[in-house]
Write a protein of this length. Sequence first.
Length: 380
Amino acid sequence: MLLKTFGWSFAVTALGLVAAVIYGGWEAFGVVAILSVLEISLSFDNAVVNAGILKKMNAFWQKIFLTVGVLIAVFGMRLVFPVVIVAITAKLGPIEAIDLSFNQPERYQELVTDAHPAIAAFGGMFLLMIFLDFIFEERDIQWLRWIERPLAKLGKVDMLSVCIALIVLLITSMTFATHAHQHGGGHADKAETVLLAGVAGLITYLIVGGLSGFFENKLEEEEEREHEVEEEARKTGKKVSAVVLAGKAAFFMFLYLEVLDASFSFDGVIGAFAITNNIVLMALGLGIGAMYVRSLTVYLVRQGTLDDYVYLEHGAHYAIGALAVLLLVTIQYQINELITGGIGVVLIGWSFWSSVRRNKALEAAGGDDAGSKAEVPSGV
């Protein structure tokens, strides 16, 4: 099971490290290894949240997530995205931006640093909406009950998540954005840029999340009719694929996963510039890390880990909320990547420990039905 799930990740790791040695020697090998670990540590919460969505998709779309999705993640977010950011912010053509990344890496890094306020605002708002929609949702199993119970009641107010997100964006644009960090340690007023980018992130979430939710409901309806369609197809001698029936719903869920992954990868891409300016080494290191994040996502789904350790999803969403806040703060202040990744690891580790305690309490009580699960104390 382990080799089957992580086999491609192991293969990509070996190829990536060999390519690094060929490209730049053992120093490049070390840089790629560090970037891989950085990406995995910063994106573990991404894997947990992805697993919660991916388990609703069939085996076919899980494979698409691991193949086409990886190409998008590696080449789209880890290679093309930094170049596109530079091209847009510096008003350069794509070819010029690529040439700049190879021949003038220092200038390339400066341009990406100057674009960070827009990147942080877009990604921060997208991730903040994920956290708010989760925390305001009524659910049977609660982790930090003293927080989640009152917030779930407040969540009955329509559009509360959007209102809070917009308030946070306004405050950010009037505080952190007025002294946004720029290359060389300088600061600039980026209030308008942050406001526009933040609204774009919010709109992206509402469109993609709304479509994925709508088609997820359609998927449930289609699954109920699937038996009837297949029976009728057998009578007429036609073949009907379940993948086709669920394709539209699964496609929008896949699209949602890709946008979610893109938002998670913002901090990894920006943090990578603190280690190297070389676009090739960056793509190799972050690409290897992205492979492990995807393999871990599938592993969590196939092993049923989220069903066994029910607070993991809670911990991951709290990590998302923390990351969203940190992204907005980094508009003005520099925050070490160890802090960014460490907070996520601590929250997920804490939720895992709480899940273990809950399972032990269930065993001691001798019950595991849904009602008892909802009543067993989380230990926090």
